[in-house]
Design a protein around this ligand. Structure first.
Ligand SMILES: *[C@@H]1O[C@H](CO)[C@@H](O)[C@H](O)[C@H]1NC(C)=O
Ligand SMILES: *[C@@H]1O[C@H](CO)[C@@H](O)[C@H](O)[C@H]1NC(C)=O
Ligand SMILES: *[C@@H]1O[C@H](CO)[C@@H](O)[C@H](O)[C@H]1NC(C)=O
Ligand SMILES: *[C@@H]1O[C@H](CO)[C@@H](O)[C@H](O)[C@H]1NC(C)=O
Ligand SMILES: *[C@@H]1O[C@H](CO)[C@@H](O)[C@H](O)[C@H]1NC(C)=O
Ligand SMILES: *[C@@H]1O[C@H](CO)[C@@H](O)[C@H](O)[C@H]1NC(C)=O
Ligand SMILES: *[C@@H]1O[C@H](CO)[C@@H](O)[C@H](O)[C@H]1NC(C)=O
Ligand SMILES: *[C@@H]1O[C@H](CO)[C@@H](O)[C@H](O)[C@H]1NC(C)=O
Ligand SMILES: *[C@@H]1O[C@H](CO)[C@@H](O)[C@H](O)[C@H]1NC(C)=O
Ligand SMILES: *[C@@H]1O[C@H](CO)[C@@H](O)[C@H](O)[C@H]1NC(C)=O
Ligand SMILES: *[C@@H]1O[C@H](CO)[C@@H](O)[C@H](O)[C@H]1NC(C)=O
Length: 421
C-alpha cells in the first residue's frame, strides 16, 4: 500500500518533472559508469606525435554530426549555428528582459583588457579582471568558488584539456590516486573525445572551460550562451555527463557573464593561487614558474594554510605544464595534508546534472583512507577516494521524463495513492 511518504515523493517528483532542462536532449553513446576507451596508439602511446595524431572516433561512442555544432576554436556562433532551431529554442527560453544591462567589453590593440570608463573603485559589475571580485553584486546569480576551505588542502585543478598528449600525465595522477578538477575546452573535447572519456573514467571532476577560450566579458550575450551551451553538449557527447561548474578563461568574468551561466545552472570556479605555468616561454621563465610552485608548496607547512586551503591554477595545456605538475606533485603531497578536487573539497557530491556519478564529500574522502590527512605517509595517501556510482543511477532515466504529460501522470498517481490510503 502507498503511504504518505510515497505520496510526498511522488508529488515532489511531479513538480520537478514539470520543466524540461536544456541538457535533457543531449545525446551520448558513452555510459559514464562503464567507460572503456578504445585501445589505439593515440590512447596508449607516450610519444607526443603518436598521441596527437588525429583519429576518427568510433561513431557508436562519439557520433559527430557537423550540422549540429559550431566550428572548433572559433566563437561558438561564428558558423551561424546560432540560427539553428535548437539554439533559437534555447535562446528564447531565457528571460533576457531580466539580464543585467552591462556593456560588452573590448580588448586594447596589445591584447590587454580595455577598462577605460569603468568605475574600478566601486566595481559595480563584480568584474574579476579588474578587482578580483567573486561575490556578485546582483541577486539570483551564482557566487564564484575560489578556495578549498579545509586547512592544509591543495585544490587540484587543471585547465585547457583534454590535451592530446596527456597519457603520461593522467597515468601519473592515477598512480598517485589523485582526482583533479579538469576544466575542459569544448573544442578540445570535440578534437580529442577519448581524452575526455579518460578524464571521467579516471574519476576526475570534469568542468567546462568554454568552447573557444576567449575573454568572456568581450562576447555578446548570445555568443556567451553558445560558448556555454555547446561545451555542455560536447562534454556530454563524449562522456555522458554534463557539468554544473565552469571556469572563466583568464578569470575574466563579471555579473553579465555570471547571469548567463546561471541561466544554465552553472557556477564559476576560480582560484586563489596562480602558478602562471601557461606562460612559460610567453613572458615567464620555467624558473619563475618553478619558484611560484615552490612558494605555494612551502605555504602548506609554514602556517599560511593553517586556517584554510587553496585552489591553485595549473594547466594541462602541453608537455611543459604537465611535466611541471609531475615534477612538483610529490612535494605538494608531502607538504599538504589533503590534495583533492573542488567537488570533494566543497562537498559537491553531484557535480554533474545527471546524478549518475557521485563524488565523496570531504569527510567521506577522509574516512575512506585512514592515512589521508597524514602528510608524512606515502605519496598516494592524501589522494582520497574515488567517485562512486550512486543508488540513483538505476533510476536516472526518470530524470529525463520531463514533459508536462509525465508531470500530470505523477500527480495523478499521487492522488490515486491518497485515495487508496
Ligand atoms: C536549474 O535548477 C533549478 C533548481 O534545481 C531547476 O528548477 C531548473 O529547471 C534548472 N534549470 C535548467 C535550465 O536546468
Ligand atoms: C561495460 O561495457 C562493456 C563493453 O564496453 C560491456 O561488455 C559490459 O557488459 C558493460 N558492463 C556493464 C555493467 O554495463
Ligand atoms: C548519429 O546521429 C545521427 C544524427 O543525429 C543519427 O541519424 C544516427 O542514427 C546516429 N548514429 C548512431 C550510431 O547513433
Ligand atoms: C549569430 O551570431 C553572430 C555573431 O555573434 C551574429 O552576428 C548574428 O546576428 C547571429 N545570428 C542570429 C540569427 O542571431
Ligand atoms: C607550451 O605552451 C607555451 C605557451 O602557452 C609555450 O610557450 C611552450 O613553448 C609550450 N611548450 C611545448 C613543449 O609545446
Ligand atoms: C610561507 O611561505 C611563503 C612562500 O615562500 C612566504 O611568502 C610566507 O611569508 C611564508 N609565511 C610564513 C609565516 O613564514
Ligand atoms: C597539446 O600538447 C602538445 C604537446 O605538448 C602541444 O604541441 C599542443 O599544442 C597541445 N594542444 C593544445 C590544443 O593545446
Ligand atoms: C614531455 O616530453 C618528454 C620528451 O618527449 C617526455 O619524456 C616526458 O614524459 C613528457 N612529459 C609528459 C608529462 O608528458
Ligand atoms: C563539508 O562538510 C564538512 C562535514 O560536514 C563540513 O565540516 C565542512 O564545513 C563542509 N565544507 C563545505 C565547503 O561546505
Ligand atoms: C603519520 O605517518 C607516519 C609515518 O607513517 C606515522 O609515524 C605517524 O604515526 C602517522 N601519524 C598519524 C597521526 O597517523
Ligand atoms: C590510501 O592511502 C594509501 C597509502 O598512502 C594509498 O596507497 C591508497 O591509494 C589510498 N587509498 C585511497 C582510496 O585513497
Amino acid at each position: 500500500m502507498f503511504n504518505s511518504v510515497t505520496v510526498a515523493v511522488a508529488l515532489v517528483q511531479g513538480i520537478q518533472l514539470a520543466t524540461a532542462a536544456y541538457y535533457d536532449s543531449f545525446k551520448s553513446g558513452v555510459n559514464p559508469l562503464n567507460i572503456s576507451i578504445p585501445s589505439i596508439p593515440q590512447t596508449t602511446s607516450y610519444d607526443l606525435a603518436t598521441e596527437c595524431t588525429s583519429y576518427v572516433p568510433d561513431p557508436s561512442l562519439f557520433n559527430f554530426t557537423a550540422s549540429e555544432w559550431p566550428t572548433v576554436w572559433q566563437t561558438a556562433t561564428s558558423n551561424g549555428i546560432n540560427s539553428s532551431a535548437e539554439f533559437t529554442t534555447l535562446y528564447n527560453s531565457i528571460a533576457w528582459a531580466n539580464a543585467p544591462n552591462i556593456p560588452v567589453r573590448t580588448l586594447n590593440t596589445d591584447g590587454s583588457m580595455n577598462t577605460a570608463g569603468y568605475d574600478v573603485v566601486n566595481d559595480p559589475n563584480c568584474w574579476w579582471t579588474v578587482s578580483g571580485c567573486t561575490v556578485p553584486k546582483l541577486a539570483d546569480v551564482n557566487k564564484d568558488i575560489y578556495q578549498c576551505p579545509e586547512p592544509a588542502t591543495w585544490g587540484l585543478t587543471y585547465d585547457d584539456g583534454p590535451n592530446c598528449s596527456h597519457n603520461a600525465f593522467y597515468d601519473f595522477l592515477q598512480e598517485k590516486n589523485l582526482k583533479a578538477s579538469m576544466f575542459y575546452i569544448g573544442s578540445n573535447v570535440m578534437d580529442w573525445p577519448y581524452g575526455a572519456m579518460r578524464g571521467v573514467r579516471d574519476g576526475h571532476h570534469i568542468a567546462s572551460h568554454t568552447w573557444s577560450h576567449q575573454y568572456m566579458t568581450t562576447l555578446t550575450n548570445q555568443e556567451l550562451l553558445a560558448e556555454f551551451y555547446y561545451t555542455q553538449k560536447a562534454i556530454h557527447l563524449a562522456t555522458g555527463v554534463t557539468p554544473r561548474y565552469w571556469r572563466a578563461p583568464y578569470g575574466d568574468v563579471d555579473d553579465r557573464v555570471r547571469w548567463i551561466a546561471s541561466q544554465l545552472n552553472m557556477t564559476c570556479v576560480l582560484w586563489d593561487y596562480d602558478t602562471n605555468d601557461w606562460a612559460v616561454g610567453e613572458g615567464e621563465t620555467l624558473q619563475q614558474v618553478q619558484t611560484a610552485y615552490s612558494n605555494f608548496i612551502q605555504m602548506g607547512t609554514n602556517g599560511t594554510m593553517a586556517s584554510s586551503g587553496n585552489i591553485v591554477l595549473t594547466h594541462e595545456i602541453n608537455n611543459t605544464t604537465m611535466q611541471l605538475a609531475i615534477d612538483n606533485l610529490p612535494n605538494v603531497l608531502s607538504n599538504y595534508k589533503h590534495v583533492t578536487n573542488v567537488a570533494t573539497c566543497q562537498n559537491i557530491t553531484y557535480p554533474y546534472f545527471e546524478q549518475t556519478i557521485s563524488f565523496p564529500s570531504f569527510s567521506q574522502y577522509l574516512a575512506s583512507n585512514s592515512s589521508a590527512g597524514n602528510a608524512s605517509t606515502a605519496t598516494g595517501g592524501a589522494a582520497g577516494s574515488s567517485p562512486t556510482t550512486s543508488a540513483t543511477s538505476t533510476t536516472s532515466g526518470a530524470l529525463s521524463l520531463t514533459s508536462q504529460v509525465n508531470a500530470g501522470l505523477m500527480v495523478l498517481m499521487a492522488m490515486v495513492a491518497i485515495a487508496v490510503n
